[in-house]
Write a protein that binds this ligand. Structure first.
Ligand code: LMR
Length: 325
């Protein structure tokens, strides 16, 4: 009798488990589906649901549909969204260390950024917000940033008095102030309108964001400055993550790793294609920058490194420089 009862309750438990509601995972971001981050998020959904059939359901919200970048971090900590991939420029409230990625002219190219992120020092930064309740799964590339404005920018003097839209980063603020510009922190969802209506005169964005958000339609010139990087960290609420069943965690970790690899492949392989599309559209003129002009920008902006060295750490800056090889 006892055995029968036990068997019956075991069967019931299995039945209940089979019919348990899937864990809903909201993955929110602010860019378009075609971008590296957009592609990584969709890949994560596909892989997670394939690896954990019936156990998880991933809902992807692109284009600031669910939360814009003013609110998404708070939403993550409140449990209203489970996964985000904010730009590394948007973590200032949680850690000062990640400011390293905003230092102008620190990395020679995206390959150097990649090497630094893969280094011991870069990997350690993924857990730099653990105490704040945030776990980092990995870095996701977008690409190097290009300056844009309504007039051509040659030497840094040309930027004097211009209003530039920036992400909410004190380093980026100092960067534009260093050339006499007037930086304005504006949420990504509002950038197009800010450029269109003249709230700002210029901006800095990687090619995939320029093209997918049509910034080249509301800017006359794009300068190929490659002066800084726009990359992401894919993150979750630590409490939520640590409370997941082991098998779900394992499946999601794998899906995360593979989806980040896909996003990074898109970033590396399609950056040039996005640039080509912007040029082909003929809405804005894409101008190369001479080495001489780039050196002038670098010299003008270099004091920003010193200004933030205390918060970031000299060791970290040296490790990043080593990645330039
Ligand atoms: C920006 O605000 O310019 C970027 O962080 C947007 C993004 O997620 O690429």
């Amino acid at each position: 009798m006892k055995i029968k009862l036990l068997l019956a309750s075991a069967l019931m438990a299995v039945g209940l488990a089979a019919h348990a509601d899937p864990i809903i995972i909201k993955y929110s971001h602010v860019v378009a589906d075609v971008t590296p981050k957009g592609q990584a998020a969709l890949k994560f959904k596909e892989l997670a649901e394939k690896k954990l059939p019936g156990k998880v359901q991933v809902q992807v919200f692109p284009n600031s549909q669910l939360f814009g970048d003013g609110k998404e971090m708070e939403a993550l900590l409140l449990g209203d969204v489970q996964i985000l991939a904010p730009s590394l420029a948007k973590f200032g409230k949680y850690t000062k260390k990640l400011q390293i990625f905003d230092l102008p002219f620190l990395f020679n190219d995206i390959q150097a950024v990649d090497r630094f992120q893969a280094s011991k020092e870069g990997q350690a930064l993924l857990m730099s917000m653990e105490k704040k309740g945030i776990v980092g799964f990995g870095y996701l590339h977008n690409g190097m940033k290009q300056l844009s404005a309504n007039k051509p920018l040659g030497s840094p003097e040309d930027a004097k008095g211009l209003k530039f839209r920036i992400q909410p980063s004190d380093v980026l603020e100092a960067q534009f102030k260093a050339v006499g510009g007037n930086p304005q922190k504006i949420a990504f969802a509002e950038v197009y309108q800010a450029l269109q209506t003249g709230v700002v005169d210029g901006a800095e964005n990687p090619w995939s964001n320029i093209y997918s958000k049509k910034f080249h339609e509301v800017q006359n010139y794009i300068m190929e400055s490659n002066h800084g990087v726009l990359d992401y960290m894919v993150i979750a609420n630590a409490k939520w993550w640590n409370g997941l069943p082991a098998d779900v965690k394992k499946g999601l970790s794998e899906a995360m790793k593979e989806s980040i690899a896909v996003g990074n492949k898109v970033a590396m392989e399609e950056d040039a294609a996005f640039r080509a599309k912007v040029i082909a559209d003929k809405k804005a003129r894409v101008l190369p920058m001479s080495q001489d002009h780039l050196n002038q920008w670098r010299t003008a902006m270099k004091p920003v490194w010193k200004k933030f060295e205390g918060e970031i750490g000299k060791d970290l800056i040296d490790a990043a420089l080593k990645a330039n090889k």
